[in-house]
Design a protein around this ligand. Structure first.
Ligand code: UN1
Length: 526
């Protein structure tokens, strides 16, 4: 058996093991060796399956202490003027710019996403910082006409408290930044529990934040705190009375566990859960553009985005033209070391993920679907890593799909599986499109204005994101990000998502000498 360095990774970094590279990257970012050695959380890179770190985790008592400290930091931070708070985020953006290649590379090593996507994730962090800096001068409320003479009404937005952030492995750092950049300019403190699969990028991000904080000078201790630990740490965030808002990204199952506990104590929740995103390909679609959009949305990030395209609903008049071309792309896409420039599909995050994918494919096969791809590849080079050829599952070949197949199509399997369905009537396509429990992202490919507009209308896509002639994934930070139904209803990132991180006070001011009551009520006491 070859030594672990003689794998795919070694093919482009001849003199360095992946573990050494991780150490070099973390050292450059200022993460102390003690933060990733000798601990109880074993971290592997999906590129080779090798162990790259043993990260110490926090115990419950220390986590409680950290939350209390974050609350104390909030009490101080809320008195700093918002534009000044924005300066901290401007500095964070600058540090991230300087470290984009380093952090991007670390994202690639820890998640297995290709380099361009790893760097794209850091770019997304930089972009939200830019957005939040501008926002720090725009946290404005309305003035409202009062019905009473010499009265004025307005609304004021105030900081909320400590914001708990629970993030998933697939966007290990961008999701923190969407929440943290907004929460911090809004005058809150943040406490972050990252995925147990990605503690290193979290440590790196925290180190980058600490650098910005040092340049800013004099920020309250514990303003942005990282808590690495298992699900019990997440539960502490969910149950802490000192945390008025929890923003949680992950599976619908996780959301089901978290939401009622937050509701029980009337805390706010921003939930960003499962997606089962579809695209309708209409007869007039620009097929070349459509093919490229499908390829990125369905196979990009090895199918491990919450916005990944999972269902393709194709008009029967173009089905026989599009699907063979799609099969060709699926058959030829370069799978391998995500650090190599020509790779488009990296590994799955772990064996469990691979098993879940294989189980779904086996069930689809039993239910009679036609499957292209889905097989494990590069096993020789990387016996402990899980590379797969993305799978196309043709449901359309059946006139009457088996109920098990319909069940599978409605379920989110977090892997590169694209179910292909066929339609002949546009309204049937819309019905099929919305007939799933999730509601995150959606697309239509058409040159027909009526179809496009209907897709975006109240009777069209029921998702939080609806696109025309682009894929379901890769949203920009400027829009509000999130979805409906089992996706959880939360909105992060752009637009007016900031309002969730603040509390609104409605103020009425009387500058007259009388006391007229609203609604004309009289209450004269003499
Ligand atoms: C996620 O997968 O959790 O729209 C977030 C996108 C990215 C974010 C994905 N901007 O695909």
């Amino acid at each position: 058996m070859p030594p672990p360095t003689r794998n795919l990774y070694a093919s482009h970094e001849q003199n360095m093991t992946i573990k050494h590279e991780v150490e070099a990257l973390l050292t450059r970012l200022g993460v102390p060796v003690t933060a990733y050695t000798g601990g109880d959380l074993t971290t592997r890179t999906p590129i080779t399956g090798e162990i790259i770190a043993h990260v110490p985790t926090i115990n419950a008592a220390d986590a409680t202490q950290a939350i209390a400290q974050a609350h104390a930091a909030f009490l101080e931070w809320r008195t700093v003027p918002a534009p000044k708070r924005g300066e901290l985020i401007r500095l964070l953006g600058e540090e991230l710019r300087a470290e984009l290649p380093t952090l991007g590379r670390l994202v690639t090593i820890e998640t297995g996403k290709i380099l361009s996507e790893g760097q794209g994730e850091v770019q997304e962090m930089i972009d939200i910082c830019t957005f939040a800096v501008g926002l720090s001068r725009q946290l404005a409320g309305l003035t409202v006409p009062s019905e009473r003479p010499r009265h004025r009404m307005m609304e004021t937005w105030h900081p909320l408290g400590v914001v708990g952030i629970i993030s998933a492995f697939n966007f290990p750092v961008a999701v923190w930044s969407w929440n943290a950049a907004l929460a911090l300019v809004c005058g809150n403190a943040v406490v972050w529990k990252p995925s147990e699969k990605t503690p290193l990028t979290a440590l790196a991000t925290q180190a980058i934040f600490d650098r910005a904080a040092e340049k800013f000078g004099n920020i309250p201790k514990g303003l942005a705190t990282l808590l690495i630990g298992d699900a019990t740490v997440g539960q502490q965030l969910v149950d802490s009375p000192l945390i008025p808002l929890v923003s949680a990204t992950g599976s619908t199952a996780m959301g089901r566990a978290v939401a009622p506990r937050l509701a029980a104590r009337f805390a706010r929740a921003i939930l960003e859960l499962g997606g089962n995103n579809a695209a309708i390909v209409a007869p007039t679609a620009d097929l070349d553009l459509t093919l490229r959009a499908i390829a990125f949305s369905a196979m990009g990030t090895a199918g491990q985005r919450c916005t990944t395209l999972r269902r393709l609903i194709v008009h029967d008049s173009i089905y026989d033209q599009l699907i063979p071309q799609l099969k060709k792309v699926y058959g030829s896409v370069v799978i391998g070391d995500p650090g190599e420039p020509n790779t488009l599909v990296g590994p799955l995050i772990d064996e469990r993920s691979f098993n879940v994918m294989q189980k779904a494919l086996a069930e689809a096969r039993t239910a009679g679907a036609t499957i292209t791809g889905g097989d494990r590849v590069l096993t020789q080079e990387n016996p402990e890593a899980f590379y797969v050829r993305p799978a196309l599952v043709e449901v359309a070949a059946q006139t009457n799909p088996h109920p098990e197949l319909i069940k599978l199509v409605k379920h989110e399997t977090f892997a590169p599986i694209l179910y292909v369905l066929k339609y002949s009537d546009f309204h049937d396509a819309l019905r099929l499109h919305n007939d799933v429990p999730q509601g995150l992202s959606s697309s239509i490919f058409t040159m027909n204005l009526r179809e496009a507009e209907q897709f975006l209308s109240a009777t069209g896509s029921d998702c939080g994101i609806a696109n025309v002639n682009i894929g379901t994934s890769g949203a920009e930070i400027g829009g509000a990000f999130g979805g409906e139904k089992e996706t959880g209803g939360g909105r992060e990132s752009g637009s007016d998502a900031w309002k969730q991180y603040m509390r609104r006070a409605t103020n009425t001011i009387n500058y007259g000498t009388d006391l007229p009551l609203a609604q004309g009520v009289s209450f004269d006491i003499d």
